[in-house]
Design a protein around this ligand. Structure first.
Ligand code: TXA
Ligand code: MG
Length: 333
């Protein structure tokens, strides 16, 4: 059932569902989450089961405020505190040492925990009301089946899990890709998953150089968002530069292929004579608008039954890192 997130009664219904130990489709500014009370092991178990996610892949625990994070985190290093101050509530997850007696199942048995304070007003309202009912943190991975495209509307969540799931409709997610994840357990900040916040913005906010996992020689902690193949639609995704796109779309070459979904920038499309069998969509030039549209676009192509999705390679610039990461993983499967 989909509830209207604008209504106070929906917020109450959602908070009560969490308190009962039920699953809930929860809007956040990044993507929709499949939420459950982080303190209720049976409820958290339902998340892993519904998603088909291995139970040792840790979930993010959502809190209403930075204050609320203290219950779950052990020592919070100064650089992590600065990141919280700068970006919470917002699209940033911090991996922190976990309080031994808190949310062990949600954390997939790790001695660390991923914490995030979302800014979406509906998420905030649900988290605050749930807190008054004794739900101090809400575990929520993206509300999609394991390995599939993250949902950015209530309808996407219903498509993944059916109408039997209680879902709060908070509109289309503004950010559109998952939060940036910064590991704060190694004595210095490490970006595990890029989001819309750039490495520079993160580094500046915490007065430390945030390193990327790739730049380090040490292995990343276990994290399903860091699997190579992830965020995959049913159609085969390929990332192609504008010249390759133009070559591939020459009429004589397209016909033997199936139905193609093409997501390319306006400037590129001007130079190509796109054949009729190609379903054409314009890729925004702005990285934030592109992130906002990305997952809905992949789902739309799937719904249209395309066999192949060709996406123009986005610029190799810092503000495109989040979009590039998701597209690369979508293309890897
Ligand atoms: O924007 C988001 O972060 C969304 C919304 C719903 O908040 N959530 C989300 O959750 O993307 P999920 O489960 O799809 O991705 C969480 C990522 C996974 O890669 C997970 O392994 C990693 O965070 N993670 C969570 N806790 C961790 C921990 N203790 N150590 C390392 N990685 C962790
Ligand atoms: Mg996910």
């Amino acid at each position: 059932m989909i509830l209207n997130g604008q209504l106070p009664a929906s917020i109450t219904q959602a908070a009560q569902a969490l308190q009962r130990g039920d699953l809930l489709g929860l809007p956040t500014e990044t993507v929709y989450g499949l939420a459950a009370d982080a303190g209720n092991d049976a409820a958290v178990g339902k998340i892993f089961q519904a998603k088909g996610r291995p139970s040792n892949h840790p979930l993010i625990v959502h809190v209403a405020s930075a204050q609320g994070a203290k219950r779950f985190a052990g020592e919070i290093p100064e650089f992590a505190q600065k990141l919280m101050t700068a970006f919470w509530p917002g699209p940033l997850t911090l991996i922190l040492p976990r309080q031994a007696d808190q949310a062990a199942v949600a954390a997939g048995g790790q001695n660390s925990i991923g914490l995030r304070c979302p800014s979406h007003p509906v998420a905030q309202a649900v988290l605050r009301e749930a807190e008054t009912l004794g739900v101090m943190g809400v575990a929520a991975p993206s509300a999609n089946l394991f390995g599939r495209v993250s949902p950015t509307t209530a309808a996407h969540v219903a498509f993944e899990f059916g109408e039997g799931l209680l879902i709060v409709d908070g509109g289309a997610c503004e950010v559109g890709i998952e939060s940036a994840i910064v590991d704060c357990t190694r004595g210095f900040p490490v970006l595990l998953r890029p989001g819309v916040l750039t490495l520079d913005a993160l580094s500046q906010a915490c007065d430390a150089q945030v390193r990327t996992q790739e730049a380090l020689q040490t292995p990343a902690p276990k994290a399903s968002g860091t699997l190579d193949a992830h965020y995959a639609p049913s159609a085969k995704v390929q990332l192609l530069d504008s010249q390759t796109l133009a070559l591939r779309l020459m009429p004589s070459r397209v016909s033997p292929l199936g139905k193609i979904g093409l997501w390319a920038r306006a400037t590129t499309l001007q130079t190509i004579d796109v054949p009729a069998q190609v379903l054409l969509q314009t890729m925004p030039d702005d990285p934030k608008l592109c992130a906002h549209a990305l997952f809905a676009q992949l789902r739309m192509f799937d719904q249209q039954g395309v066999t192949d999705i060709w996406v123009e390679q986005p610029p190799n610039a810092p503000e495109w890192a989040g979009v590039l990461d998701r597209l690369t993983r979508a293309a890897a499967s």
